[in-house]
Design a protein around this ligand. Sequence first.
Ligand code: ADP
Ligand code: ASP
Ligand code: MG
Length: 305
Amino acid sequence: METKNRLVMKFGGTSVGSAEAIIQAADRIEEQVREWDHVVVVVSAMSGVTDALLKSSSQAVKGDIRLFGPVIDDLHKKHYKESNALIKQREERIILQRKIDRFLDDLAAYCRSIHIMGEVTPRGLDTITSFGERMNARVVAAALRQRGINSLAVDATELIVTDGTYQNAVPLMEETREKVKQKLIPLLEDGVTPVVTGFIGASKEGITTTLGRGGSDYTSAIMGDCLDADEVWTLTDVDGVLTADPRIVPEARVIPELSYSAVGELAYFGAKVLHPKTIRPVIARDIPLWVKNTFNPDCPGTRIS
Ligand code: ADP
Ligand code: ASP
Ligand code: MG
């Protein structure tokens, strides 16, 4: 008999980039919550948000306080607009929006100090870019709770222990496994569907780090390894790994099955569909990694094993 124990589902920026997209992502999650004993969700920031966060700090470096304010205002408007459209219960929406306010107030404080110093460190950039995933995990968890799914946002700074290489941190797997055991598995055993922030971690000293651009794919594979998941799914805006970049070759077709090594080469040579380090944690445990389309549930996608 087939056992469906643990699934990790990662949603990229466009899959959780608006209220309409999050509704579809939540449909995909709800379907799998019925099928599996435990589902762990990993989310990216809303599409464009990481770039906007980087822009706020580069504008602050330029030394004009009028430059970063509008970037932060736009982030505020975007998160309010999508959460207004998504979260119908007033209480839940107000609590969520207060959390969004707190992150964006912190962002403004960081930008003001960058503005005064005239520079930003890689460490500062990691803290600033972490806010995108941290806000969105809370949005998605609230959307799941609204559907009656017992869900909580979890910051991966509490789970993924890394070295101190800011902007391209290397996870320390033994320490990470221990944190996952202490903090994530008890939630699963309590029937919670956690929504974990992609992309981010923290050093042993507790300072926020990031795994590199596009790193949420890597987060999902790290979670898959530490949870000994049966499958890891990365859900995106195309039907799977395609024969070519669909933005360049519109007639590109889905590849139904790929080996770890073939997809590793594709990612290494720049196919943007998966972060190049993603397959490392899943290879060791032989966990199948699927690339699927959030918006086309009838398409099985690509199975990488
Ligand atoms: P996500 O935000 O879901 O992580 P990304 O934008 O990082 O999504 O990656 C998915 C995008 O990668 C697709 O929209 C597609 O345009 C691009 N892409 C480039 N090469 C490929 C390929 N060989 N197969 C699939 N998608 C590809
Ligand atoms: N939000 C991060 C980025 O834009 C990580 C990710 O999307 O995977 O790079
Ligand atoms: Mg990506």
